[in-house]
Design a protein around this ligand. Structure first.
Ligand SMILES: [Zn+2]
Length: 216
C-alpha cells in the first residue's frame, strides 16, 4: 500500500514539475507608459476586460475615440493630395479575433492537411487572440478605396506621412524578426505625434522603442 502511495506521489510531483516547465504564464500588457504606448504582442496580451470608448466611423468600423481626431486629420491630408483611403478594420473584440484565427487555420488546413502546420502558418498572418492591437482600438488597417487610388499609392503615402499624424507602421518589412509578424504595409498603430516622429527618424519598431526608452 505504502509503495503505491509513494509511486502515486512521485507521479504527482513529476506532473507538477512538467506543468511548471511547460506552462508559459500569460503576461498582460500595461499602460504604465501611457495608453498610446501599450505594447501588445506574442508576449504581452491585451488585458482581460480592457475597456475602450469607441467612435464609429462612417463605414461602421470603430476606433478608440482618442485616436479619431488624428485619424481624421490624416485622411483629410491624404485626400488633399489625391489619395483616397479607407479604414478596412479598426477595433476587434476577442471573439472577432478568434473567428479570424479559426478561418485562417481552416484555410491553411485545406492546403497542408496537418492541423498544427496550418496553425503555425495561420499565426504568421493572424495575431493569436489576445495579442492583436486591433483589440485595443488604436490600430487600423488602411486600404485604398479601390476607385480613385491603388494599394501601392496608399501604402507609399502612409509610409511617408503617417508619422506626422501620430501613426506608425507597426510591422515593417525589416523588423519581422522582432515583431514576429509578417510585413503588413496596411497596419498602422497610433502612438502619438512625438513618439511617431521619433520612431520614424530612428527607424525603430515599437518593441525597440519601448526597450530603449522604458526598460532599465
Ligand atoms: Zn491590422
Amino acid at each position: 500500500m505504502r509503495k503505491i502511495v509513494n509511486t502515486l506521489f512521485g507521479i504527482f510531483v513529476a506532473l507538477c514539475i512538467c506543468g511548471f516547465i511547460f506552462s508559459k504564464r500569460t503576461e498582460y500588457a500595461t499602460d504604465t507608459n501611457g495608453w498610446n504606448l501599450i505594447l501588445v504582442n506574442e508576449d504581452y496580451h491585451v488585458p482581460q476586460n480592457y475597456a475602450v470608448k469607441l467612435t464609429k466611423l462612417d463605414n461602421g468600423e470603430r476606433v478608440d475615440a482618442r485616436i479619431y481626431p488624428a485619424l481624421q486629420d490624416m485622411f483629410d491630408a491624404a485626400e488633399e493630395e489625391g489619395i483616397y483611403m479607407i479604414v478596412r478594420e479598426g477595433y476587434r473584440t476577442q471573439e472577432d479575433q478568434q473567428k479570424l484565427m479559426d478561418e485562417k487555420v481552416e484555410e491553411y488546413k485545406d492546403k497542408v492537411q496537418v492541423k498544427f502546420v496550418a496553425k503555425w502558418y495561420a499565426e504568421k498572418w493572424v495575431a493569436f487572440p489576445g495579442t492583436s492591437e486591433h483589440q485595443l482600438g488604436i490600430a487600423v488597417d488602411i486600404n485604398a478605396d479601390g476607385i480613385n487610388s491603388s494599394g501601392s499609392e496608399v501604402y507609399n503615402w502612409l509610409e511617408e506621412h503617417a508619422h506626422e499624424y501620430g501613426f506608425v507602421q507597426r510591422y515593417p518589412e525589416d523588423k519581422t524578426e522582432i515583431t514576429g509578424i509578417n510585413y503588413e504595409p496596411w497596419h498602422y498603430r497610433y502612438v502619438g505625434e512625438d513618439v511617431a516622429k521619433e520612431m520614424f527618424e530612428e527607424d525603430v519598431c515599437l518593441e525597440e522603442y519601448i526597450e530603449v526608452n522604458f526598460t532599465n
